[in-house]
Design a protein around this ligand. Structure first.
Ligand code: SAM
Length: 276
């Protein structure tokens, strides 16, 4: 866990930072492994036509768009994010994909959701809690706004599970460490079950999904980690050699990258007894 209370995803203000974030999200979510993982999350939460849900920290709205198609013709997806620039992009996509009627955009903080108590059917949150120093506040907010019996699905990567071959294992370890330390909590994936349980959610279901790439889908992500490693003090010459061996292996089809993310679902306890 890094000592700072924020990371680069906590304040995307400059146009360049927003453009970089849009590009990074597009790269990651267009990989074959991520397309499969997203289909899995959709199946697990399975919102029904007419239902309402919030996508907390929606970014450019990859999951919001998919949920919007599921809740059609008259349900609502609230896409909420701190960064207005990313939500602009989500809004444009909603118009292009014909789901603008179903998607409402909210600039806001995951830790202070602008919704009344018990008003939504579900809440969803992917790749956001690792950027928060106080993820329990965001989970408490999701629990507050979801109705009794409704479900919350949180998805986080455990970046300490990143494996790459080939390359000097010492250097690989240093890159993995630099990437974990770069996030507010790069190991948040493994902590999700405890986080949701502490929030009082019931009937937890824990689904680990391991991405494996041997075709080079994740190479540009990996290349971006070189800069992170340089900033962490990993020697540039050794990194250059490491990167060359990765590129050679990718060209020969012998490259391997894998990491695990966790999708953890919990239910807001249903009301018991008779109500007046
Ligand atoms: C890695 S991106 C993930 C975006 C999206 N959930 C996805 O899966 O594609 C992290 C997102 O969290 C947002 N974010 C960071 N801190 C936030 C906060 N306190 N409240 C709401 N959104 C936040 C960022 O603006 C960014 O859109």
């Amino acid at each position: 866990m890094n000592d700072s209370r924020s990371d680069r995803w906590s304040s995307l203000e400059s146009p360049q930072a927003v453009a970089d974030a849009v590009q990074r999200l597009r790269q990651m979510t267009s990989t074959r492994s991520e397309q499969q993982a997203m289909a899995r999350w959709l199946d697990i939460l399975a919102p029904q036509p007419g239902q309402s849900l919030v996508d907390v920290g929606a970014g450019i709205g990859d999951m919001s768009m998919a949920f919007a198609r599921q809740v059609a013709p008259d349900g609502t997806v609230h896409a909420l994010d701190l960064a207005p620039g990313l939500l602009d992009c989500a809004g444009q996509r909603a118009r292009e994909e014909g789901v603008a009627e179903r998607v409402r955009l909210h600039v806001g903080d995951a830790r202070d959701l602008p919704f009344r108590d018990d008003g939504l059917d579900h809440a969803f949150c992917r790749w956001v809690l690792l950027h928060l120093p106080d993820p329990e506040r965001a989970v408490a907010e999701m629990r507050r706004v979801v109705m009794p019996g409704g479900r919350i699905l949180c998805v986080e990567v455990d970046w300490a599970t990143l494996h790459v071959e080939p390359g000097d294992p010492e250097i690989t370890q240093q890159i993995v460490k630099a990437n974990v330390d770069r996030q507010v909590d790069g190991r948040s994936g493994r902590k999700l079950p405890a986080l949701l349980r502490s929030a009082g959610l019931e009937r937890l279901s824990i689904v680990p999904v391991t991405a494996r790439d041997h075709q080079g889908d994740w190479l540009s992500f990996l290349e971006s980690r070189l800069e992170v490693a340089i900033e962490a003090g990993v020697p540039e010459k050794a990194l250059f050699r490491w990167w060359q061996s990765i590129q050679t292996a990718a060209g020969q089809g012998t490259f391997h990258l894998s990491f695990t993310q966790y999708g953890v679902t919990g239910m807001v306890p249903p009301l018991t007894g008779t109500r007046p």
